[in-house]
Design a protein around this ligand. Structure first.
Ligand SMILES: NC(=O)c1ccc[n+]([C@@H]2O[C@H](COP(=O)([O-])OP(=O)(O)OC[C@H]3O[C@@H](n4cnc5c(N)ncnc54)[C@H](OP(=O)(O)O)[C@@H]3O)[C@@H](O)[C@H]2O)c1
Length: 338
């Protein structure tokens, strides 16, 4: 065990696109747990698009990371030393230790993980926050129904890959949108999408025509992960009284150089009488047991597939995060820290 704590802090706030200079690695002595705390070492760190929001001071649903503070993030970690009655050395836990090699916790919000039940990384992906987001968004927000047509953007990502598979299992026609031929081929062959359209290099008009062709009965539900050109292409294909589960808008997280004009968005929502519902998964943690009861067995028996992109070592986290924002990940983006 290293005796040094390594952590990546927010060095400065990006104005638009973040860069490596917005992050800094810092080292300090390993902290000692006080009574009621434990020290854990990070095995896996999850990188997620929401972290871009935490780098900004703009108003959001959660507080920003302060400049000089450790970047926030969920980790799978192993308890090293415990002075907490509920945790023992060797326990594997899901904890918000941030972009750090180790962390101290008082156990609040920490969940023990059974490594025998599923690979521990699934607690950060298909059986973790992104998986729950997919399940809640599809069922509770989009109101998915058999026989309908749904479009899923970022179709092979941590959230989208599960949305697509669950929608298919419900008997929906499932149209994916992803970046690049390899992701699109995977979406159809492995995830069961009926069709997957490549948004790379496509303008909204061409992509819109492809969506209209892929959805001869129109689009009843849109699982929105990206915004930008993709939203512009999907909106005209939405059926009257269609529903949009607004999960994310990653294309705009670093600014909106080619923002879709508000009249175009509002006009489509009004004319097509769409129901648009944004949701943040924090409000839906009570759905975790029901989600796990349905999806964990499907992951275990292989009926639900998932894919991971792994960056090696904590110092690789900033570059991996920047790649994630540009679509460089294929499935759930992780960092192997320990
Ligand atoms: N509401 C919530 O509580 C909640 C919770 C979790 C995640 N989310 C949101 O859900 C979305 C997906 O998250 P995730 O963790 O599953 O990430 P992910 O899909 O694994 O990775 C992000 C993907 O977004 C796509 N992308 C990036 N820039 C794009 C652009 N300009 N235009 C179109 N696509 C672009 C890329 O896929 P392609 O290469 O296929 O383009 C990239 O791989 C994000 O917007 C995230 O913020 C929301």
């Amino acid at each position: 065990m290293t005796e040094t704590l390594h952590r990546i802090v927010l060095a400065s706030r990006p104005e638009h696109k973040p860069g490596l200079d917005n992050f800094r690695m810092e080292e300090s002595a390993l902290p000692e747990p006080a009574a009621g705390q434990f020290l854990a070492r990070t095995l896996w760190l999850s990188l997620d698009p929401y972290m871009r929001g935490r780098m900004s001071a703009a108003r959001s649903y959660a507080k920003p990371v302060e400049v000089g503070a450790t970047m926030e993030g969920a980790c799978v970690a192993e308890v090293v030393t415990s002075r907490h009655p509920g945790f023992a050395a060797g326990d594997i836990v899901l904890a918000q230790l941030g972009w750090a090699s180790h962390g101290i916790s008082d156990g609040a919000g920490v969940r023990k993980i059974d490594p025998a039940a599923a690979p521990v990384t699934t607690a950060l992906g298909v059986l973790g926050m992104p998986g729950l987001t997919a399940w809640v968004g599809l069922n509770d927000i989009a109101g998915a129904r058999a026989g309908e047509t749904i479009v899923v953007s970022a179709a092979t990502g941590a959230v989208g890959s599960l949305v697509g598979q669950l929608a298919r299992r419900k008997g929906m026609r499932v149209i994916g949108i992803a970046g690049g031929a390899e992701k699109c081929a995977y979406a159809v062959a492995e995830l069961g999408y009926d069709i997957c359209l490549d948004h790379h290099g496509a303008d909204a008009r061409r992509l819109g025509a492809q969506i209209a062709e892929a959805a001869p009965n129109g689009v009843d539900a849109y699982f929105e992960n990206v915004g930008g050109t993709v939203l512009e292409a999907v909106l005209p294909a939405m059926n009257t009284h269609g529903r949009i589960a607004l999960c994310g808008m990653i294309a705009w997280y670093s600014g909106a150089p080619a923002a879709l004009p508000a009249p175009a968005i509002w006009g489509a929502i009004l004319r097509q009488r769409l129901r648009v519902q944004g949701f943040i998964i924090f409000d839906h943690w009570n759905r975790l047991p029901a989600f796990l009861a349905e999806v964990a067995p499907l992951v275990k028996d292989g009926s639900i597939r998932y894919r991971e992109t792994v960056a090696e070592g904590l110092d690789a986290a900033p570059a991996a995060f920047l790649r994630l924002l540009e679509g460089g990940n294929f499935g759930k983006q992780l960092v192997r820290v320990g």
